[in-house]
Write a protein that binds this ligand. Structure first.
Ligand SMILES: Cc1cc2nc3c(=O)[nH]c(=O)nc-3n(C[C@H](O)[C@H](O)[C@H](O)COP(=O)(O)OP(=O)(O)OC[C@H]3O[C@@H](n4cnc5c(N)ncnc54)[C@H](O)[C@@H]3O)c2cc1C
Length: 279
């Protein structure tokens, strides 16, 4: 009888959520809903038949902090995260500040941003660069996965059946250098859009860590190439910066990008970011 009707569940706890989800395994999670209703201008929204709204689950909204990590609940809104201020790593703060507009950011959640099935949205590149980890739960299991392993180069994120993103764990490290660029022709992240995130830090004039990620329709990251300039002195020698760009040029030569133009723009950004370390 239940199956004949549209249903909206609004659980107040994770056990309640998983109980509803096991009865209606086709139910779709509704967090801020901004992605689910995007592009619908009519009076009546078209929504999946069964929905599970996450908004009443207190545990999913929480922030907590230790000396080394910031944990962000999956249903924290982008505005709430921005309001954390200076504690937020610059790469993520800038990505969130450039996402949509304040009205959308008041509703949109970080969990919905990360789990969007059609492409990697704007917080994803900085989360990968920052080595964020994601906590995923089902009714019977819980696991942590790095943001970079959560998404393949192309295609939807690697969420299992009836698996929920519950928390995002951000390492609280200091970065001395941050290049953030949002590419795209429209405000909305389309196929030609992507976010580029390049962060680096130095100790006593030596590059001690470098991380780069590019995410949109495709996810590009290579720790081996990042590592090629770690340990070099600053300012970086131009020939090392050139070698870094050349390695990327070779690495993406055969890679699938939505367009040749986007690949060229990616390589230009790599060049700008790494030559910025030569100044
Ligand atoms: C006008 C407009 C402009 C926008 N501009 C931007 C932009 O500039 N940059 C950008 O990145 N995005 C943009 N968006 C898209 C969207 O607002 C964001 O990606 C937002 O963060 C999605 O979060 P949400 O909570 O609204 O997701 P929802 O719509 O609730 O969910 C999105 C998807 O994730 C799944 N999901 C949600 N939470 C979880 C969870 N905890 N675990 C597992 N699956 C989950 C849902 O089932 C759904 O498939 C825009 C949207 C609109 C309407």
């Amino acid at each position: 009888m239940d199956e004949l009707h549209n249903q909206v569940f609004s659980p107040g706890s994770l056990p309640e959520l998983f109980s509803s989800w096991s009865r209606f395994p086709d139910a779709v999670l509704f967090s801020g809903g901004t992605e689910l209703v995007r592009g619908q201008g009519g009076l009546v929204f078209r929504l999946p038949r069964n929905l599970i709204a996450l908004g009443r689950i207190e545990e999913l909204r929480r922030f907590s902090r230790t000396e080394r990590f910031l944990d962000i609940g999956a249903t924290a809104t982008l505005s709430e995260i921005l309001a954390l201020g200076k504690i937020l790593p610059e790469a993520l703060r800038r990505a969130i500040a450039e996402t949509a507009n304040p009205q959308v950011r008041n509703l949109a959640t970080i969990g919905g941003n990360i789990c969007c099935p059609s492409r990697r949205m704007d917080t994803f590149a900085p989360l990968v660069a920052l080595d964020a980890r994601l906590e995923l739960r089902t009714a019977v299991s819980s696991r942590w996965i790095s943001a970079s392993r959560f998404a393949p180069a192309f295609g939807p994120p690697l969420l299992g059946a009836n698996e929920l993103l519950t928390r995002i764990r951000l390492p609280l490290e200091t970065w001395d250098y941050c290049v953030h660029r949002r590419l795209g022709t429209s405000r909305w992240p389309d196929d030609e859009g992507a976010v580029f995130s390049f962060i680096a830090r130095a100790q006593k004039g030596i590059l001690s860590d470098v991380r780069m990620a590019f995410a949109g329709k495709t996810l590009v990251r290579d720790r081996e190439i990042d590592n090629a300039i770690i340990g070099k002195s600053l300012p970086l020698e131009a020939r090392m910066a050139t070698a870094f760009v050349d390695r990327w040029r070779t690495a993406v030569a055969e890679a699938q990008f939505p367009s040749g133009l986007l690949k060229d723009r990616f390589l230009n950004l790599v060049e700008q970011a790494v030559f910025g370390l030569c100044d």
